[in-house]
Design a protein around this ligand. Structure first.
Ligand SMILES: [Zn+2]
Length: 439
């Protein structure tokens, strides 16, 4: 599906996350400063601070210490704790994991170390019960997860210090494991402040979001991230678009004055909170409805991914497809409601790709002809060019000229994409071919 974006610059220059957020929502303008990984703490109210990072830490001051949501990632946790301590030196009463992704739990070892250094008791670590199973899965699939994150974030500058590939363990050995686990809902009380935790599936099967009535605030975890919902990720396990929308609708019913996502900017005021929650839910609901309608009609995956689309004005500044993208959500819906087979009978029990590639190369007049045609198409139909160049290298995996063309074609493809996930995968394909040429 093709996406077109209206890009207006944001009519404001400030570091204040709430001011940037208000300006973005009120003007519809865009800025590169929606997701800032700079480990800075901002006091939002007297009792609430946000440390913007690779997953933020949202901290609440209570009469019994701090209640913090998420610990940021493996490489950023230490700086996030340092920033938090610039705002408050109170003990951390509870650390809530909104879910078990590494960018949310990887910094928890730094939270534990800080408590020990200060002579505080270790905080309670509160999470949905499926976080434990996720941690166990990460240990079983450590190599796989290191590979996919290297690809997913392969185009990200090292300066951003995401902590990707910090050590051999995808889940760091010093990560804190949950000490308080719940299934559907749970209330954490600290001092006089109640934190009502709810479980819904969305990006993950282990998600927690919270309602804090005293502050009329929602901590949304990754249900709200200021990018298009990460609900299609091609290299990760199943995601849940319809349930994601249901959770957003539940949040929207609360009349919150503050909405804190685990990425992106705080949202201030009931009207803006409603606008953000409603638009995100509507986009997901539209993808679910269109996809299910076509599946119920008996259409193939190929037909569906090329037909389903969102109206241009459905994509708001706080949900640009610069990380994940709607087409991948459609694929996840197919996997969730259907299966892995795409309705193409030749794909049910396919021949080795190299066997098909040899036939295609022979029919084309040889690998060189395939390479020439792929290069000729690179400008006008990059998608078809990618298919042809794959046939070329599958037919002749050691051909330096085929790999040279492949590196060039995937670099062009990468440069034309918006989403980090597409950019990462195409860049890694280009790099594979460069390695063959250099080798
Ligand atoms: Zn996240």
């Amino acid at each position: 599906m093709a996406l077109q974006l209206n890009v207006n610059p944001l009519p404001i220059e400030t570091d204040d996350p709430v001011a940037v957020s208000n300006a973005a929502i009120d003007s519809g303008g865009l800025s590169e400063s929606f997701n800032r990984i700079w480990q800075k703490a901002s006091a939002i109210t007297d009792d609430i601070a946000v440390v913007e990072s690779f997953s933020h830490m949202i901290a609440f001051r209570t009469g019994e210490g701090l209640v913090c949501f998420d610990s940021s990632g493996t490489g950023t946790g230490g700086a996030v704790v340092e920033a938090l301590r610039g705002w408050s030196t109170d003990p951390v009463h509870s650390l809530v994991f909104t879910h078990g992704h590494i960018d949310h739990v990887g910094g928890s070892g730094a939270v534990a170390a800080d408590a020990a250094d200060r002579g505080h008791a270790a905080p309670a670590v509160v999470a949905h019960e499926a976080v434990r199973a996720r941690f166990e899965r990460y240990q079983q699939t450590n190599g796989w997860n290191n590979h996919i994150n290297a690809r997913q974030f392969g185009g990200v500058s090292k300066k951003s210090n995401l902590g990707i590939g910090v050590g051999p363990d995808f889940l760091p050995a010093d990560a804190m494991w949950p000490t308080v686990e719940y299934r559907t809902s749970h209330t954490v009380t600290a001092g006089d402040t109640a934190f009502e935790l709810f479980h819904d599936r969305g990006e993950t099967d282990d998600h927690t979001w919270a309602w804090i009535p005293e502050h009329k605030a929602i901590c949304a975890g990754d249900f709200v991230t200021w990018v298009f919902p990460n609900c299609g990720n091609p290299q990760k396990v199943q995601r849940y678009p319809a349930e994601w929308a249901v959770a957003l609708r539940k949040m929207d019913d609360l009349g919150a004055e503050w909405l804190f996502g685990a990425h992106g900017l705080p949202v201030q005021g009931a009207e803006r909170v409603h606008l953000v929650l409603d638009s995100l839910a509507s986009a997901l609901e539209s993808l679910v409805e269109q996809t299910l309608q076509m599946m119920n009609n008996g259409d193939s995956l190929d037909a569906i991914i090329h037909a389903v689309s969102l109206p241009h004005d459905a994509i708001k500044p706080w949900m640009l497809p610069v990380y994940d993208e709607p087409e991948f959500v459609v694929r996840n819906l197919w996997r969730l409601y259907g299966g892995w087979w795409d309705l193409d009978p030749s794909n049910l029990k396919p021949a080795p790709r190299s066997a098909v590639a040899h036939e295609v190369a022979a029919l084309s007049g040889g690998v060189d002809a395939l390479v020439d045609r792929a290069l000729a198409l690179a400008e006008d139909d990059i998608k078809v060019a990618c298919h042809l160049i794959e046939f070329a290298v599958q037919a002749e995996p050691t051909s330096k000229s085929a790999h040279s063309a492949r590196a060039e074609i995937y670099q062009i493809r990468r440069d034309g994409e918006l989403s980090l996930m597409s950019k990462g995968i195409y860049a890694s394909a280009a790099n594979e071919s460069k390695a063959v040429i250099d080798g």
